[in-house]
Each structure stands twice: as structure tokens, then as C-alpha cells.
Design a protein around this ligand. Structure first.
Ligand code: ADP
Ligand code: ZN
Length: 730
């Protein structure tokens, strides 16, 4: 008897969207239809969570219904495809993150998963009206084939007033019907407006189009100087993929750049792609998610999280600015979206395009060794020349005390103003001054929660921590010695540069651009627009201004402090500085005006500065690659970091030591540390780091897994983060 009641029960394994390592099992109620990949809602403790069905078995075994619970709901969505399941497993095992966290990145939709509502519509019932007027005739002509219309659309299409339609409806000519929800976007039109490519652009596009036509996994590295037409070239590949009815994903490093990209895409394809990022409203996020899953959205442009969307028919992935550090996600799961994009392309079996003016060393080596196809666009499009770049040796041209612009820089800005062109001054420091100091006792203002100086933001008259958001209003008194009005600002931020510039050029129209801008993205877009229209003479900005934007009248790019990123002990410091300086100076002279870049530096003989000035990236990269190889730095070796943090310093340090002791012996992987992290305190948590280093062939993940298995379990008070291929060493 007992046995009968549980016989032939369907049991499913469900990967939950929760920090779990393995599937949970549930019973499927008889009436529910389930297939592999179905998205379901299930009880977990007292909560309800969503998950993906990964296994289905029928069993007569007595799972004594007490233990196994039932699935609450099966969502009416296309099942998660096998390809995406494989990707989830891959990301989990590569990053050593619980698989449930990856599932959560895929099911980024609220737990309710409300299906899209059907729209109310009408359909011809088959009954003709007794009296026919010309207006009624037009309505009938459009609807007699049984197509479902919304009332208003039918009236508009027939060019009659809504009362004509309603009149027919009242006579029983129409019956109610449901209309599937509208797509968010129409399909792109690949013939809308394509440019005529130059010879070498055409060749590059052919290679990419060929990769799309082959329709199997490949990676193309599209290396072209700023303004060489990379975007136009990869648009051609996108057109091919769209023409085959495939979906396309374009990854962009920053949402601040998206608007310009969307506009360009619109100009080429007649519709804007859908942008996907973390700031979408839940409702919109859900709609996009669903329409991507159903294949109704063909093109997504988005930040790294777009990589986890449930594409139904993905045919091409483009990673723009592939070298950009913003692709690295650091948080619960540490992953590099560029690398994971390549992995997803490989799993699906489709081409991936990596585009950059300054490709990462990793991708360059992959190209050199034949794993990626290398496509080079060495010249700017049309008559635009690269800017003429010079360093300003700050040892010979120091600015006056408490000033930061050297005399040659001032002269150059003046000349540009006289020609009614634009200058762009770059300094990667927000706020007014990076450090505030007491002149009497040398007290430095630092964050109470983080080991970092507070940055003065004069605009808000306060001191601010750029890590945890702590702020205090600008003090007058030194908290240590009590001296009044003896605090000084040390060093410049962009606000301070703006102050200096506006004193020197009081008639110039000056704009300061950083993420501190009031009014958010919208305001940022309208400011950028103003620059494009020539309403601004001098733009002063942070990293934000270095990429993407095309400012037609910028003929001078001034770098205030080129040495800033060089001295931080990061193995990629030189590479990053080179990329940054190339990007920012590349903003100049986009439209053929003669332009220059001026770089203030204390070390003009540094290889990075020399490479920038001679516009010789080949030599620079060759040298970097040469240095990395013997030291087995990436990509010739593998790195991983284990970061331990917690509120009690000693406990954190002890646990980090215990991790070190748990490291497997006799391995080729070296363990360094634990050492206090350079940022030793963040948000009130102490941090220690271990660095693991091995050569290219080692299995870093296996090593860490056995280390973790041998280590004592973490307590709740301790947080352990695993960073494979770390980009940041802070
Ligand atoms: P990149 O992405 O390499 O920086 P873009 O694709 O943005 O270069 O091209 C730079 C500028 O030149 C853009 O305004 C672009 O529209 C224009 N451009 C590039 N190639 C062509 C072409 N073949 N015909 C017309 N305009 C082009
Ligand atoms: Zn802080």
C-alpha cells in the first residue's frame, strides 16, 4: 500500500539560485510538465527560491515524502539550454565558486518570474455586418484573414476612428483574442546604412565575416589604433550573424560608454540594441531576459553580466576594448568577462571577436602562438593622423608652487583656445586633493574604516573615502593637535586642476567630468553631448573621458600626471599605463585636425613614455612579453590570490596562516604570504593575502581545492575570497 502511493514518482535535481554547491532534490507533482533545463520555484527552508532542473529520474523507491518536498511552480519559459548549463559548470569550476552563485547570475530575475502579460486584442469572428460602409470595408480588409489586432492599431491601420471598430465589435463582427506581448525592439535592418570600407578595413571585415560564416568556435583579435574603424569593421561581422538569424552579444567595459555605442549602432542598423546593465529596473530586466530567451531580441550590448543571459541562438560575441580592467568582476564571484566570453563561445561553438587599440598582453600572446587570429588596422581612417605626442619633463619645467600645470602645457592650451579648438586634460583622481595634512603636527586624515587617505571634495566641502563611502564635512581644526586653519590640501584632483585652469583662462568654458557628476548617467550624456557640439573649450576629467567618446574638435590632450599608475607594484603596471595613455591621447585629432598629446612626467625615459612618444607599441609589447616570460608572469604562468578578511585582525591573520599550512606539498605551485594586503583595512575588515604562482601548465584549481579541503573550515566571522588570474593586487 505504502509503496504504491510513492511508486513512479518523478524526482528532479534542481540547481538553486543560492550559495549552494550541489543540486537539491524535489518531487514533481503529477500534473506538472518538466524537462531538463526547466526553470522552477521550490521551497528551501522557509523560503522560496528559483532554480534549474538538471536531472530527472523516475523512481519507485520510497523517498518517504516527508523528506523530499514538492516543486512549487514550473515557469512557462524556454528551458535553459545544455550549452548554458555547461557554461555555468565551467564558470563555477574555473572560479572555484559555488555553482548556485553562477545560477544566480543566470537567473537574474526576481523570484516571482511573472510571465509577460498577453495583450487584449480582437479577431474577426466570421460574421459580416449587415451594413457596409467604405470605412468598415477598410477595417474588414485588414482583419478578415483572422489576424489578431489591438483595437487601436486596427483603427489606425485602416485610417478610421476607433468608434468604427467598436461599432463592428458591438455587432459581433469581432471576438476577443489575445495578442502576444510586443517585442521591446524591432529587428535590426542590416542594409540600413553601411559605410564603404577602405581596402585594409575590407580585408579585416572579410576575415571576421568568414569566421561568422564558418559558424564554429574561433577567436579573432582585432587590433587597430584608435580611430582605425574597428567598430565599423566588426559591424560587418554582426550584419552577417544577424542575416543568419543569429543573436549577437556585444560586451562593453562601462555603461557610461554605452550611449554613444547605441547611437552608432542605430545609425548602422536602424534600431538600437538593447542595453543590459545593473541599473535596469526589475521589470525591464525581466522583460529583456524573457525576450532574449525566446530569441525575440537579436542584439544585446551590455556590461559583463550580459554574458550570463539565456541566449537561444547566439551566433557571435564581440568584446570591445578587450584589455579593459573593468571586465574583471571582483565581488562574490571573481571572473574576467573577456575570458569567460571566450569560454562561452567555445562551448557554443561560435566565433568571438576581441577588439582593442591596445590589446592585453594575454591576448597578444595568444595571437602570437596561433590560438587567436590576428587582424591589424595600423592606420586611422581617412585623413585623420595620429596626434603628435611629446613628454614634458617635469624636472626641467616645474609648475610654480601649488600649481600642477607646467609652462609648456599652459602655452599649448592657450594656442588651442585661440584656434577655437578643444583641450582635454586628464588626471585619474577625483575630487580636489588626495590628501589633507595638518601643517603643525603632520596629522593625515584617513578613513576610520579603511587604510586609505580621505579625499577632499571641495565642491561638497567634505572629506570622502573612495572605498567605503564614508565622509565627513571639511574640518577646520586638526583632531590631533587642535591647530585651527592649518590644514593643507596635498596634491591635485581634477577639481583642483579645474580651479587652476579657470584662474588662468577665465573666459574659457570649462567642464569637469568624473563619476561624481550630479544627475548621474543622464547628466553625463548631456555633458558629453555639449562637448561634441563644441560648447566646451576645456574638458578636465578622470578615466571616464579616456574611452569611446568621439570629440571632433579636441586637438590637445594633456596628461597631468603620467607616472601615477607606474609605482604600485602591480605586474601589469607598465602595460596598464601604456594602455591608458594610448587611449587618452587617442581622443585627439579624430576628424583630421592637426593634434597633439602632451604628457607631464618625471620619468620621460621610462619605456612606457618612450613607446607612447614614438607611437611604437610593437617594441613596447615585445619588451613586456620578453620580461614576463622568464618570470613566468601571466600569460606564461598562472596566478591566484586568496584573500582573507574579517573584523578581528589576529583571527584573520591566523586563518591566513592556517591556509598556508594546508597547501599541498611537493607541488610546482609556490605560495607567497600571507601578507597584509596593501589595502589592509576596508570597510572595517582587515585583509590578508596569499599569492599562488605556478607555470602555465599547472592545475591551479586542483591545487586550491586540495588546499581548501585540508584547511580548517571558515568561521562565519571570516570571509575567504578566491581570485583566479587576479588583476588587482591591492
Ligand atoms: P575605432 O573603433 O577603431 O576607434 P571607429 O570605428 O570609431 O574606430 O572609426 C572612427 C571614425 O571613423 C568613426 O567616426 C567612423 O564612423 C569613421 N569611419 C571609419 N571607417 C569608415 C569608413 N570606411 N567610412 C566612413 N567612415 C568611417
Ligand atoms: Zn573607507
Amino acid at each position: 500500500m505504502e509503496k504504491n502511493s510513492t511508486s513512479d514518482k518523478k524526482i528532479v535535481a534542481v540547481l538553486l539560485s543560492a550559495p549552494t554547491e550541489r543540486p537539491y532534490f524535489y518531487i514533481v507533482p503529477d500534473e506538472k510538465q518538466i524537462i531538463l533545463g526547466s526553470i522552477v520555484r521550490v521551497p528551501l527552508g522557509s523560503r522560496q527560491v528559483v532554480g534549474i532542473v538538471t536531472d530527472i529520474t523516475t523512481t519507485t523507491k520510497d523517498f518517504s515524502a516527508k523528506k523530499l518536498r514538492q516543486i512549487s511552480e514550473v515557469f512557462d519559459y524556454p528551458a535553459i539550454q545544455l550549452e548554458l548549463m555547461k557554461f555555468i559548470h565551467f564558470v563555477s569550476s574555473y572560479t572555484l565558486s559555488p555553482i548556485g552563485l553562477i545560477v544566480r547570475m543566470v537567473l537574474r530575475v526576481s523570484t516571482t518570474f511573472t510571465p509577460e502579460e498577453m495583450l487584449k486584442g480582437i479577431r474577426f469572428s466570421g460574421r459580416m455586418p449587415e451594413r457596409i460602409t467604405p470605412q468598415r470595408m477598410r477595417v474588414l480588409e485588414l482583419s478578415r484573414n483572422g489576424i489578431v489586432w489591438s483595437r487601436t492599431a486596427l483603427a489606425r491601420a485602416a485610417n478610421v476612428s476607433i468608434s468604427v471598430v467598436d461599432g463592428l465589435k458591438a455587432k459581433g463582427v469581432f471576438e476577443r483574442a489575445e495578442l502576444p506581448p510586443a517585442s521591446i525592439v524591432p529587428l535590426p535592418d542590416i542594409t540600413c546604412k553601411s559605410v564603404i570600407l577602405e581596402n585594409h578595413q575590407r580585408k579585416a571585415a572579410n576575415v571576421l565575416q568568414d569566421a561568422v560564416l564558418k559558424n564554429r568556435f574561433s577567436v579573432c583579435l582585432l587590433d587597430g589604433v584608435t580611430g582605425s574603424g574597428k567598430t565599423e569593421v566588426y559591424f560587418e561581422a554582426i550584419a552577417y550573424a544577424l542575416n543568419q538569424g543569429r543573436q549577437v552579444l556585444i560586451l562593453l567595459p562601462e555603461i557610461a560608454l554605452t550611449q554613444q555605442f547605441l547611437d552608432r549602432f542605430y545609425a548602422r542598423f536602424g534600431v538600437a540594441p538593447i542595453d543590459w546593465h545593473s541599473d535596469l529596473t526589475p521589470r525591464r530586466r525581466e522583460r529583456i531576459w524573457q525576450q532574449v530567451a525566446k530569441g525575440r531580441i537579436q542584439v544585446i550590448a551590455g556590461a559583463r553580466s550580459a554574458l550570463f543571459l539565456p541566449f537561444q541562438n547566439l551566433g557571435l560575441i564581440v568584446v570591445d576594448e578587450e584589455h579593459d580592467a573593468a571586465y574583471k568582476q571582483e565581488g562574490q564571484v571573481f571572473y574576467n568577462a573577456r575570458d569567460m566570453a571566450v569560454a562561452r563561445g567555445q562551448i557554443i561553438g561560435i566565433p568571438v571577436i576581441l577588439a582593442s587599440a591596445t590589446p592585453s598582453i594575454e591576448s597578444q600572446v595568444n595571437a602570437k602562438q596561433g590560438r587567436y587570429r590576428y587582424i591589424h588596422l595600423p592606420l586611422r581612417f581617412g585623413c585623420a593622423a595620429m596626434p603628435n605626442i611629446k613628454t614634458i619633463d617635469m624636472r626641467n619645467n616645474p609648475p610654480p608652487a601649488k600649481h600642477f600645470l607646467s609652462p609648456p602645457m599652459i602655452t599649448a592650451i592657450r594656442e588651442v583656445l585661440q584656434r577655437k579648438e578643444q583641450s582635454l586634460l586628464f588626471l585619474n583622481r577625483r575630487g580636489y586633493a588626495p590628501l589633507t595634512l595638518c601643517r603643525v603636527c603632520a596629522h593625515r586624515f584617513s578613513c576610520p574604516n579603511c587604510s586609505i587617505w580621505l579625499v577632499e571634495h571641495r565642491h561638497y566641502s567634505r572629506l570622502q573615502c573612495h572605498h567605503c563611502g564614508y565622509h565627513q564635512s571639511m574640518p577646520k581644526v586638526c583632531p590631533e593637535c587642535g591647530a585651527i586653519d592649518h590644514l593643507v590640501a596635498c596634491g591635485p584632483g581634477i577639481e583642483r586642476i579645474a580651479e587652476e585652469v579657470s584662474k588662468k583662462f577665465s573666459d574659457a568654458r570649462i567642464l569637469v567630468l568624473s563619476t561624481d557628476i550630479e544627475g548621474g548617467l543622464k547628466q553625463l550624456h548631456s555633458e558629453l553631448e555639449a562637448v561634441s557640439r563644441g560648447h566646451i573649450d576645456i574638458v578636465i576629467g578622470t578615466q571616464l573621458i579616456t574611452k569611446g567618446h568621439n570629440f571632433p574638435r579636441v586637438t590637445l590632450v594633456g596628461v597631468i600626471d603620467a607616472d601615477l599608475g607606474l609605482a604600485n607594484g602591480d605586474p601589469r603596471a607598465a602595460e596598464r599605463t601604456f594602455q591608458l595613455l594610448s587611449q587618452v591621447t587617442g581622443r585627439a585629432g579624430r576628424t583630421g585636425l592637426k593634434s597633439r598629446g602632451l604628457i607631464q612626467t618625471w620619468q620621460p625615459d621610462h619605456p612606457v613614455m618612450k613607446a607612447i612618444v614614438t607611437n611604437n607599441s610593437t617594441a613596447f609589447y615585445a619588451r613586456e612579453i620578453e620580461e614576463r616570460e622568464p618570470n613566468r608572469l601571466p600569460p606564461f604562468g598562472r596566478l591566484a590570490a586568496l584573500i582573507v578578511s574579517g573584523k578581528a585582525r589576529e583571527e584573520v591573520e591566523n586563518y591566513a596562516r592556517a591556509l598556508r599550512r594546508a597547501a599541498p606539498r611537493g607541488s610546482d605551485i609556490n605560495v607567497f604570504g600571507p601578507a597584509e594586503a596593501p589595502l589592509s583595512l576596508v570597510r572595517g575588515r582587515y585583509r590578508f593575502r596569499l599569492l599562488l604562482h605556478g607555470d602555465r601548465r599547472v592545475n591551479m584549481q586542483a591545487f586550491i581545492r586540495s588546499l581548501l579541503a585540508a584547511a580548517p573550515a571558515t568561521r562565519r566571522s571570516i570571509c575567504l575570497q578566491i581570485d583566479i588570474d587576479p588583476q588587482s593586487f591591492l
